[in-house]
Ligand binder design. Structure first.
Ligand SMILES: [Zn+2]
Length: 301
């Protein structure tokens, strides 16, 4: 190839690349979405964690915040809070993308709320997994100030925020935020819209039990832990059904392949998850199969 042709060829490739990037930018962006009066979601960049916001007459409630996006999230919250202070921050589960901003919020005088199960999980996991990382980034590990067993209702005046402990699905401390009057759910990591979930610390059978419970609630808007923010009851239902079906599909195939004497590696290779091929976070697929394989009594070599 002469250099002119090579230059042209390279330019075309770069041009195609730019078009592809432009096409995915809405997916990659971090953006604030209004769900109903005083209730908002912030969509994380790519598949990064989302944030739920409730602006009540007495103050603001926030769920889920990762340290690296703190400044952007705080600016987004302040753009809709009308000068009202952030009074409460909820922790949905013991993970860095949920508790990462606790120290900043504590310094602002915010009360941090989490379930007892989540708190106990963070007591074990925090020092091992997050303490050093947070300190390296100039922050620190902060635990919930207030804990509850099954449910706590936070009265923001115009809005009542229910934090409800759901049991072990994604992690042992999974807690959701529900606004019954506004029919909005912030699911934390119990829902990953259009994305493969993380099952590493979880229990797929109990996670599906939790999903059945969520299906019986009236939900017209959803801020999932990760993935797009969902509006409309039928779209929310479709999102919950999809994750429910994902676990069933994996379990059914793993069971039948185990019955045929196949080992984990063969199962991971042979499984057909074509239905979910558009879902992101693909690196979690093999591990999710492994967890379900062990739940079914499969032995790891
Ligand atoms: Zn997460």
């Amino acid at each position: 190839m002469n250099t002119k042709v090579l230059f042209l060829f390279r330019s075309v490739i770069i041009f195609i690349g730019l078009i592809l990037l432009a096409g995915t930018s809405s997916w990659a962006e971090e953006k604030l979405v209004k769900l109903t009066d005083g209730v908002y979601g912030i969509k994380g960049k790519g598949a990064k964690v989302n944030t739920g916001i409730v602006v009540g007459s007495k103050g603001v409630f926030v769920l889920n915040c990762q340290l690296d996006s703190y400044k952007r999230r705080l600016a987004a919250i302040q753009s809709v809070s009308g000068g009202k202070p952030i009074k409460f921050v909820g922790n949905g589960h013991a993970a860095g993308d949920d508790i990462g901003c606790n120290a900043h919020f504590e310094d602002m005088g915010v009360t941090i709320v989490g379930s007892q199960a989540m708190y106990k999980h963070l007591l074990v996991k925090g020092p091992k997994s997050y303490k050093k990382r947070l300190e390296k980034e100039g922050s620190r590990l902060v635990y919930p100030h207030v804990t509850f067993k099954d449910r706590i209702v936070i009265d923001l005046g115009s809005h009542k925020v229910h934090m409800i402990y759901m049991g072990k699905g994604h992690t042992i401390g999974d807690t959701v935020v529900y606004l019954p009057k506004e029919k909005v759910l912030f699911s934390s990591d119990l829902l990953f819209a259009d994305n493969n979930p993380t099952l590493r610390e979880g229990d797929s059978v109990n996670w599906q039990r939790i999903l059945q419970k969520l299906k019986s609630w009236e939900i017209e808007a959803l801020v999932p832990g990760h993935g797009p923010i969902i509006k409309g009851a039928s779209n929310v239902k479709r999102t919950i059904d999809a994750l429910d079906g994902y676990f069933t599909d994996i379990r059914t195939q793993v069971k039948s392949m185990m019955g045929a004497g196949k080992g984990l590696k063969e199962i991971q290779k042979g499984i057909d998850l074509g239905k979910y091929k558009k879902w992101g976070r693909k690196k979690h697929i093999a591990r999710n199969i492994k967890v379900i394989y062990t739940e079914l009594g499969g032995k790891l070599m």
